[in-house]
Design a binder for this molecule. Structure first.
Ligand code: ATP
Ligand code: MG
Length: 159
């Protein structure tokens, strides 16, 4: 089933100059860019986006991380986009993420390391967890006018 999903290239991805590398992987997989913008979110918006985590012990560090610089917000569309993007992102903990995934290839943090330093796990990318989450997050981040429907040449083979 064709789905849309929201990804954020987090401040560490932007500051490390990995946006092109990461986006390249999704484009090559056959996912289509529907919308894209750079945003430096504040604490209020961070709490909205990470609503499910606001009451958790690590939230302060997550808030600091996600508001520490601009993020690149992107809506991707494709067959099973939510699952495919989560698979390509890898496990939340880079130490556990398999090689070949974005977090496995480009990040190194573990829960132990982050906890010891009192920082968030830096893992480069956010991706919607479910189709329902994706719908809510896309609405939160993008207006209808910022999303574009068009035909990509490779759709002949990826749909
Ligand atoms: P995201 O929602 O950013 O795509 P995720 O779904 O893999 O990541 P979540 O459990 O939703 O993981 O956690 C959100 C983010 O909070 C993680 O990506 C990570 O940056 C940070 N985080 C999660 N758990 C911890 C923890 N125990 N200690 C430090 N940071 C954490
Ligand atoms: Mg999550």
């Amino acid at each position: 089933m064709t789905q849309k999903t929201l990804i954020l290239l987090k401040p560490d991805a932007v500051e490390r100059g990995l946006c092109g590398e990461i986006l390249h992987r999704f484009e090559r997989a056959g996912l289509k860019i529907m919308g894209m913008k750079m945003v430096w979110i504040d604490k209020v918006f961070a709490a909205k986006h990470y609503d499910a985590h606001v009451k958790k012990d690590f939230y302060k560090s997550l808030e600091e991380y996600i508001t520490s610089g601009p993020v690149l917000a992107i809506v991707l569309e494709g067959v099973s986009a939510v699952t495919i993007v989560r698979k390509m992102g890898g496990d939340t903990e880079p130490k556990k993420s398999l090689p070949g995934t974005i977090r496995g290839d480009f990040a190194v943090h573990s829960y132990d390391y982050a906890d010891n330093k009192g920082i968030s796990i830096k893992n480069l990318i956010h991706a919607s967890g479910t189709a329902k989450e994706a719908e809510a997050e896309i609405k939160m981040w993008f207006s209808d006018e910022e999303l574009h429907s068009y035909e990509a040449v490779h759709e002949k083979h990826t749909r």
